[in-house]
Design a protein around this ligand. Sequence first.
Ligand code: NAI
Length: 699
Amino acid sequence: MSADYKVHGDVAVITMNNPPVNGLGLATRQGITAGLEKAIADPAVKAIVLTGAGRAFSGGADIKEFGTSKALTEPNLLSVISAVENCPKPVVAAIHSVTMGGGLELSLGCHYRIAAPGASIALPEVKLGLIPGAGGTMRLPRVLGVETALNMIVSGEPVKSELLAQQPGQKLFDKMAGSAESLLEEALAYARSVAGVRPLPRVRDLPSKHPMGDAYFQFARNMVKGMARNFPAPVKCVDAVEASTKKKFDEGMVFERELFTNLMFTPESRALRHIFGAERNASKIPDVPEDTPRRPIQKVAVIGAGTMGGGISMNFLNAGIPVTILEMKQEALDRGIATIRKNYEAQVKKGKLQQDRFDQRMALLSTTLDYKDLAQADLVIEAVFEEMGVKQKVFETLDGVMKPGAILASNTSTLDVNKIAAFTKRPQDVVGLHFFSPANVMKLLEVVRGEKTAKDVLATVMDLAKKIRKTAVVAGVCDGFIGNRMIEQYSRQAGFLLDEGATPQQVDKAIERFGFAMGPFRMGDLAGNDIGWAIRKRRAQERPDMKYSRTADKLCELGRFGQKTGAGWYDYQAGKRDAIPSKLVEDLVADHRKELGITPRKISDEEIVQRLVFSLVNEGARILEEGIAVRAGDIDMVYLTGYGFPAHRGGPMLYADQVGLFNVVQAMKRFQQNPRDDAAFWEPAPLIQRLVAEGKTFN
Ligand code: NAI
């Protein structure tokens, strides 16, 4: 049982003890009820204090139990709260550090609450596509008022205890403790002071009302609908809180439970819960034990002050880690530093960065033209031109100058990290760190594990990624790693769709309605169509079997690289970013169809979405099978954090699971029949076929 029981004179203390945040799993729930029973049975005990050990009162439900029968096993959370509320002796919640979700709901079942300053108070269920399911929507409005409670429930964001305590008329906290250290002593004294008070106060007996009633809830509903387009839970939060003002307490509880249970089965909640787990799992590498020693990273060097080098450097400066950038020429250094400065200045202007912070960051930055100045860096990241010959020189030089044990990383997006490692006599220290552009903004970091990369190097960079607030995903060595290897298939499908009868705007709109921030053609115009052109030219040499639509090449032959040249798949007005459908592109596509002898057909939005998304899924399955990705959730994280895949779909692999892999295979087989498409690609990956045969899913 994960709760301790101790009697201090005439007060019993029940301490939830389930590290790291006293999650309310079955053992913790059993520990609380067992403690209550003991305290009730002991005539010497006059009052009870309920608190949490270590870093939390309680972080809430145990997410591992979600959707399993364990969450419902008695005593379930509702029964525990009911046992506390109906306890014949007063129960005082001693709240500190983290008090969230089920933890806060549990405290609301207590007769009194005393809080330490600095505690984070939240009902974050909405972030998992749910509403609070153990009375939070019924009790919080009764102690904080409808508006504050609804704001907290709809946003899921934590609020500090001392701020809530200042709210006029609040009944959430009966007392604020002087400090976290004195909380228990003060809670014991408070419990003694109320030990004889009867009847015992219960939150459920307080009223929940709003002076504006219906008008307020109408307004709230409209606001929330506008903000949470793809997610049903926020509007249900409004419904539940409204019910707290209209229904009797017990009826409200039933209503809340119904909403909660229905939401649990929505694809959106499944997606958000999947992301929550996938994000945590991504940092774990199966054959790298958690206690692997880390190498200290106190100084970082970056080679190349171009687009990527500058952004990469900013990540470390933001985290307070000094960076030295090396370039070949002073002008390149000056340009790079000016860009970093401009970026920070823009943040200062927008009020996102304070001037003194800006100064601190710039003070951590130094530059050099001489490799000797990098010798003492713990980590060096190369971001020079994407040419093997250039990388070779850089890595041979680094091998000669860097101190032993320094980590040598490459930001290459397409080159073989094993080859790069072989340019040194220390391939175990070499790793790929593939940042995404703009590197100071994008969350994703692909950590490319070479054949010889040492385990402590991997463990170190995974930790470091957290420090610089990236979502790191491990990828094996292959062309394009996880993200770009998959996106290539997606782009190929987009091209074929044009050949067969779609327009760029139809393709973009269909996939944007699915939830992508930007369709492939608008994206191409933003990133520069010349990048894909260069890759296809290289591909033509390396893999002549890989077919593409020629339209993109023809577009580039006209110099239509996208926004930077004022024209691409769309036309652009000077200084503006609005994509205007282009007559020239329409003709170019039509001419190409004629050359191919294709009669255009009407293509449904459904087919567009399926072909784009299932192409990711099929390649993702191959990546998984080859061991390039550790788990399907990692692939989803790559797409969610690096490619704008809609969060409410949970990533391509979870989306396929939700559609049903059998249905996915059927669609792929249909696409195989398409005469214009490449049937070999649409052969469902062996892994998918196996999963279907075994009735399993990716996740
Ligand atoms: P860039 O052309 O903007 O910058 C490269 C910089 O490296 C230039 O400032 C150049 O002067 C410097 N440089 C070249 N050779 C050098 C040498 N021997 N020693 C020192 N400095 C040298 O290129 P970008 O876009 O920053 O790309 C850099 C690397 O990052 C490439 O490997 C690229 O594939 C990779 N990458 C690029 C992404 C992008 O979106 N641009 C995304 C992810 C990775």
